[in-house]
Design a protein around this ligand. Structure first.
Ligand code: G3H
Length: 234
């Protein structure tokens, strides 16, 4: 098993102002979190050895002899060579500065920016507070979004379903990784990623709690998925 560590960026200046979207830098608390996170990740990743392909082939062959698993065995075998190239891809961020800044003190591990990990696009509401949205677009906010948060698409923006769809390549790549990955992203995106690994129903996704300054560690093993949460600060 290899862990996937999911975390939101450190608190941003827009979080403090209650504004959604945007591309703000970190607040004072966010600055503190990035240091605590770097410390945690440094220790956690060093203690974790990349799982060997041989281990996976062994586990796979004993876990089941069904044809699907034989296919997986074949896929893992083929990925053996690729493993050496991908094992160091450990810190993934979005392209927004609050995640890049949060990752900045983490050293010794390659960092990759994914546009697919960017926060849900709030379209015309980008940069607004929820109060402003309620006041300026009561119809939108109260009738539509509250009624069906999963399907509600911000005008000129995205819905949760859109986010889930754009995360498909990220999930495929995460599944293929044989070494730990730290994903530093945003609330809506992490709700969707977490729901995938924790096997939570689609309807729940927009309401899953993914607090700031907390690391959710997911371990995928043959016995299922295990989860631990580390709250590094309030
Ligand atoms: O829009 C930014 C938030 O991270 C997502 O929150 O979907 O609960 O409004 P929300």
């Amino acid at each position: 098993p290899r862990p996937i560590l999911l975390t939101r960026h450190g608190e941003s200046q827009d979080n403090v102002r209650g504004r959604i979207g945007g591309d703000a830098a970190l607040s004072e608390a966010g600055e503190l979190y990035k240091k605590k996170l770097a410390n945690f990740v440094g220790k956690r990743l060093k203690s974790e050895r990349a799982a060997s392909v041989r281990f996976f082939i062994y586990i796979d062959s004993i876990s089941s002899l069904c044809s699907l698993n034989l296919l997986r065995l074949w896929v893992f075998g083929r990925e053996g060579k690729r493993k050496r190239k991908t094992k160091n891809k450990k810190i993934w961020t979005s392209t927004l500065q609050r995640t890049i800044l949060t990752a900045s003190p983490i050293v010794g591990f390659p960092k990759i920016q994914w546009r697919a990990l960017d926060e849900i696009n709030a379209g015309v509401c980008d940069g607004m507070t929820y109060e402003e949205i309620k006041k300026n677009m009561p119809e939108e906010y109260d009738r539509s979004r509250k009624k069906d948060k999963l399907r509600y698409r911000y005008p000129r923006g995205e819905s949760y379903l859109d986010v889930i769809q754009r995360l498909e390549p990220v999930i495929i790549e995460l599944e293929r990784q044989r070494a730990p990955v730290v994903v530093i992203s945003h609330q809506a995106v992490l709700r969707a990623l977490y729901a995938y690994f924790a096997d939570r129903p689609l309807q729940e996704i927009p309401h899953i709690e993914v607090p700031l300054h907390t690391i959710i560690e997911i371990q995928m093993g043959v016995t299922g998925v295990q989860e631990k949460r580390y709250k590094l600060m309030d």
